[in-house]
Design a protein around this ligand. Structure first.
Ligand SMILES: NC(=O)c1ccc[n+]([C@@H]2O[C@H](COP(=O)([O-])OP(=O)(O)OC[C@H]3O[C@@H](n4cnc5c(N)ncnc54)[C@H](OP(=O)(O)O)[C@@H]3O)[C@@H](O)[C@H]2O)c1
Length: 289
């Protein structure tokens, strides 16, 4: 597995497994538990070490499925990330959320704990103090944020200026199609502002929704040409474009074993600089028009 690393010693597997809609969306769905647990176990056996979830996914049920899937593996080999919802960012609520996530995940620590989205009604200082407490208590190893703009990141970094627990990651919507048109947390300038800011400030970017839920796999002349040139699939090209970039990791979601294997084939090679530039400059809007 390839890793993305920061100078402060933080490292994260470049390709992880997303879990949104696995075990429900905004409500729990118990109907495919066996299939979903097996998919996560299969992913780990194939080499996925980084698993991304959230307390809100499936109303907590997704974390339960991750917990059931990982319990027979060696926990230190895995890198588990989860997220606290933006309505739980008050000091005590946040700590209770993290403890509830530990229970559902059947683990005693979270590798990287994200603030799922900023909440302008709750002072970021209070939220970051709770995050610091979780690190001090060894409940959380590293602190991350998600759907944070440059402005929100600056405020969070300011709140952490006297803390040793720096923000190491920002999980944001980013793929070949979304570029500067994110839908969450006012993240409209990912490529032009948020990503350069993170790269300059030692913050890893985790690109969420890397395949735009499959839309990027539709026919497109540039993708089709590159897939043929590299003898790779379009999913592998779309994922490689992300992880070939400085400090970008990503977590495609799949419960299909063939897709899980295919997506792993996005690592271990790199698109040429020329083809990276070609993709950078290609407009994929036609896929949704
Ligand atoms: N922080 C946030 O606010 C936030 C927001 C969005 C997403 N995320 C994270 O990012 C993860 C990824 O985003 P996402 O799940 O929304 O979308 P995604 O990874 O872009 O797409 C997932 C969809 O693509 C399909 N797929 C995956 N690999 C494929 C392949 N090789 N060939 C064909 N189809 C393939 C999957 O279906 P199959 O199961 O059939 O393969 C699934 O329907 C999430 O699961 C979540 O962990 C975080």
């Amino acid at each position: 597995m390839e890793y993305k690393r920061l100078d402060n010693g933080f490292s994260i597997p470049a390709l992880g497994l997303g879990t949104w809609l696995l075990g429900g969306g905004i409500e729990a769905d118990y109907s495919k538990d066996e299939k979903n647990i097996n998919a996560i176990k299969e992913a780990i056996k194939l080499g996925y070490l980084h698993i991304d979830t959230a307390e809100s996914y499936g109303c907590g049920h997704t974390e339960e499925l991750v917990g059931l899937a990982i319990k027979d593996f060696n926990r230190p080999d895995l890198f588990i990330t989860t997220k606290v919802t933006d309505i739980h960012l008050r000091y005590n609520k946040l700590i209770n959320s993290a403890k509830a996530s530990l229970k559902r995940l059947q683990t005693d620590y979270i590798d990287l704990y994200f603030i799922h989205a900023p909440n302008p009604d709750i002072p970021i200082k209070e939220t970051m103090e709770a995050m610091d407490y979780l690190v001090e208590q060894k409940i959380v190893k590293f602190i991350g944020v998600s759907n944070f703009t440059v402005e929100a990141l600056k405020e969070a970094k300011e709140a952490q200026k006297h803390s040793d627990n720096k923000i190491v990651a920002n999980q944001i919507e980013y793929n070949l199609l979304t570029r500067n048109k994110g839908r969450y947390g006012n993240n409209h300038s990912m490529e032009s502002a948020t990503i350069p800011y993170c790269q300059e400030n030692d913050i890893i970017i985790i690109a969420e929704r890397p395949l735009e839920r499959g839309i990027l796999l539709k026919p497109h002349p540039v993708m089709d040409k590159l897939a043929e040139k590299y003898n790779k699939t379009k999913a592998q090209i779309a994922l490689n474009w992300l992880i070939s970039k400085e400090n970008i990791a990503t977590t495609p979601m799949s419960t299909n074993v063939e897709h899980l294997k295919e997506n792993l084939g996005a690592i271990g090679w790199n698109l040429s600089n020329e083809d990276m530039k070609l993709l950078d400059e290609t407009n994929f809007e036609r896929l949704i028009s």
